[in-house]
Design a protein around this ligand. Structure first.
Ligand code: FAD
Length: 337
């Protein structure tokens, strides 16, 4: 059911290396679809250290990780990549000489070649182990807040004890009808100023701290929560009426389905031929942190070079019989964005 997207190259992962692969493919007249489990581009740079400066990107004495991502996206934009964000590629199957990718959201992409730029695996939220959780996800259980306004007038339960839980409790104060923060310890592991402000708001009655409790079970219907039950270690259960649950238990990385694709894995990395980043499977290439070969350095700049090599190796698959005259970007230019 549904449409199948046709493209030259499917890039799995929109981290720095996946983004640069789009540019390199574009320079060789190959169109890309890019899939990432994260809701935004940037991979580790965006998820783990957006505000940290990087010092070893050629030409930039220092650049914040988030800025680098933004520039890489701008550099790729003239080639009109199609992004599928918030989706994890689960299946990769051969379809004659082409490859069919399928995501957990049902998106299907048919490509002549695949560039796996999957880093340390798909990033996703740590999900609390609760029965029936899936039916509420995206409807009344959310792992990130896109717009505070979505929660106006709602009874919100936040779970977790770190910076995200505390920061969102503070940010939604005054927007949500009520806020209850569930944490299994009495102390919060957040920036001292934020933790102090949370204490203050709990005393004045603006935010309700429910500690030491853990998530126990959900009540509701058709994806709409009515209550979140929480329990102490001793098993005492308390019922919190709620419209929304926001669990903030951090990000997990999971190589997940990639391990099932029959690629030559070497301790969670994909072994490639260093000269072209080809995997053991024709038409599938791997670049960036996930790729390994003797002497591999896990650096963004090495990933960039690998992306260029993979794109050149893919060119004859997408444009068979066309002689590739090697050109510098200065000679060729890029199309207007
Ligand atoms: P990633 O950035 O890991 O991106 C991979 C993406 O693929 C992720 O977004 C993931 O969600 C997605 N993905 C994986 N599997 C799937 C799937 N099945 N379906 C959909 N999406 C999937 N490097 C430097 O060069 N210089 C530095 O100074 C530097 N500092 C760092 C500081 C920190 C704190 C950390 C953690 C890393 C640092 N690094 C640095 C390393 C650098 O961030 C990585 O080398 C780089 O991010 C690798 O890029 P990538 O595109 O290969 O993979």
């Amino acid at each position: 059911s549904g449409q199948i997207h046709q493209t030259d190259v499917a890039v799995i992962g929109a981290g720095p290396v996946g983004l640069f692969a789009v540019f390199e493919c574009g320079m060789l007249k190959m169109q890309c679809h890019v899939i990432d489990a994260l809701e935004s581009t940037g991979g580790q740079c965006a998820a783990l250290y957006p505000e940290k400066p990087i010092y070893d990107i050629p030409g930039y004495p220092a650049i914040d990780a988030a800025d680098l991502v933004q520039k890489l996206e701008a550099q790729a934009a003239p080639f009109k990549p199609v992004y599928h964000l918030g989706e994890q590629v689960e299946k990769l199957t051969a379809n004659g000489e082409r490859w069919l990718l399928e995501t957990n959201k049902g998106t299907r992409i048919d490509a002549r070649a695949v560039i796996v730029a999957a880093g340390v695996g798909a990033f996703g939220p740590n999900r609390p182990p609760m029965e029936g959780l899936e039916q509420y996800e995206g409807k009344s259980v959310f792992y990130l807040v896109k717009r505070k306004e979505d929660f106006r007038g709602k009874r919100v339960v936040i779970a977790g004890g770190g910076d995200s839980a505390v920061d969102w409790a503070l940010a939604l104060h005054g927007v949500a009808a009520s806020i209850q923060v569930v944490h299994r310890r009495p102390k919060f592991r957040a920036a001292p100023e934020s933790a102090a402000r949370l204490e203050q708001l709990s005393k004045s009655g603006g935010i309700d701290l429910v500690t030491p409790y853990q998530l126990h079970s959900l009540e509701g219907q058709d994806g709409q929560l009515t209550a979140v039950n929480v329990a102490t270690l001793e098993g005492e259960v308390r019922r919190l009426e709620a419209d929304v649950l926001l669990p903030f238990f951090g990000l997990a990385m999971n190589l997940g389905p990639i391990a099932q694709w029959g690629l030559n894995l070497d301790r969670n990395h994909i072994a490639v031929t260093p000269m072209d980043c080809a995997t053991s499977t024709p038409g599938i290439f791997a670049v960036g942190d996930i790729a390994t070969y003797p002497g591999k350095l896990k650096l963004i700049l090495c990933g960039f070079s690998e992306a260029a090599m993979a794109a050149h190796a893919i060119h004859p698959l997408v444009h068979p019989g066309e002689v590739l005259h090697f050109e510098y970007s200065t000679t060729q230019g890029v199309p207007a964005a």
